[in-house]
Ligand binder design. Structure first.
Ligand SMILES: NC(=O)c1ccc[n+]([C@@H]2O[C@H](COP(=O)([O-])OP(=O)(O)OC[C@H]3O[C@@H](n4cnc5c(N)ncnc54)[C@H](OP(=O)(O)O)[C@@H]3O)[C@@H](O)[C@H]2O)c1
Length: 300
């Protein structure tokens, strides 16, 4: 185990680094934490090289960069720039989790997968998933994770399908997955989406109800509905904060996963990835795929 002090440089493209992530990093064991705000993509190389050349190469495994923000693509671009800036043997570890979205999405997908396996003897392969809030960072990351597991993912647009079409094109280019844009502005459009869905991810903005109890009860094929919104009203009417596999009110078949059940796995996953940065014997580069693998181990 390296004796070097664990140092974390936290890059935020916006005005503030998230206090949530600062606390998580401190509680996971980083001893020195430095937040940087308003960081541009073009500044990442210089900051990373400043960090690596000031410590002996063997201290690189105790030097970390965390990438926050509100934009999944920018965070992945910053992560790529950070990796390309490394000059072996001078290296460091990188972890991206913009707005906590990668670990939250990982927690949601892992919780739902567990219920699909336990209660329905199936997994995401071939399962139809409808994602509400698909243009958001959590909705986007969960769409990609589920699609990588073989799901047919429909990204629901609540105000114009163009932005969802764009997000799907980005996902295809970067991750090779096919995501299906689905207009969901009218009750009729929503009803059509819900009727074909076997899983729903409700990942819309805090305090926004995207589905009523009546809509959920009318969905004959719906097996599991997960909701990440902890701010009342629930994203899915009738969802309870700690629900984890109980049927939603008025439903025989549809099981609910609430935001604090997901939050518990999210918390463990983010903490676990910070701890991995501190304890690894090699530099690590962690994104939503690593988050999903770890979240799966927590729900298993
Ligand atoms: N449980 C947990 O551990 C945890 C952790 C982190 C975040 N969260 C929650 O996850 C959710 C998503 O967070 P985020 O960071 O991804 O948010 P975000 O980037 O702001 O995205 C919000 C999404 O909601 C959509 N939306 C806004 N108003 C809507 C409406 N009236 N009807 C339908 N969709 C609407 C937005 O669409 P437009 O782009 O068209 O506006 C966007 O797709 C939030 O509820 C947040 O509190 C939970």
């Amino acid at each position: 185990m390296s004796q070097a002090t664990p140092i974390l440089h936290m890059f935020a493209p916006q005005k503030h680094m998230s206090p949530f992530d600062v606390n998580m990093a401190a509680d996971a064991g980083f001893k020195v934490i430095i937040p940087y705000s308003n960081v541009d993509l073009g500044e990442v190389t210089g900051l990373v090289q400043d960090a690596i050349f000031s410590r002996p190469p063997e201290y690189g495994i105790r030097t970390g960069v965390f990438i926050g923000g509100k934009d999944a693509m920018l965070a992945l671009d910053m992560m790529k720039a950070a990796k390309e800036a490394l000059v072996p043997p001078f290296e460091l570890s990188v972890f991206a989790d913009p707005a906590g979205s990668f670990t939250t999405a990982a927690g949601m997908v892992a919780c739902v997968e567990k219920l699909l396996k336990q209660k329905h003897k199936r997994d995401f392969n071939g399962t139809t998933v409808a994602v509400f809030g698909a243009t958001g960072v959590v909705g986007f990351a969960s769409s990609v994770i589920a699609a990588l597991e073989g799901a047919r993912v429909r990204m629901v647009a609540h105000r114009g399908v163009e932005r969802v079409v764009k997000a799907a094109a980005v996902a295809k280019e970067r991750f090779g997955v096919e995501l299906e844009p689905a207009p969901g502005e009218t009750p009729e459009q929503k009803s059509e989406i819900i009727k074909s869905a076997e899983v729903v991810f409700a990942a819309a903005a805090a305090g926004v109800q995207v589905l009523s109890a009546q809509e959920i009860q009318s969905a004959d094929k719906l097996l599991v509905t997960a909701d990440v919104n902890a701010v009342p009203p629930a994203g899915v009417e009738g969802m309870e904060l700690f629900m984890n596999g109980e049927p939603l009110p008025g439903c025989q078949q549809t099981l609910g996963v609430g935001p604090l059940a997901i939050g518990d796995i999210k918390y463990k996953t983010e903490s676990g990835l910070f701890k991995r940065m501190i304890s690894s014997t090699e530099p690590v580069h962690l994104d939503f795929r690593d988050a999903f693998a770890l979240a799966r181990s927590f729900v298993a």
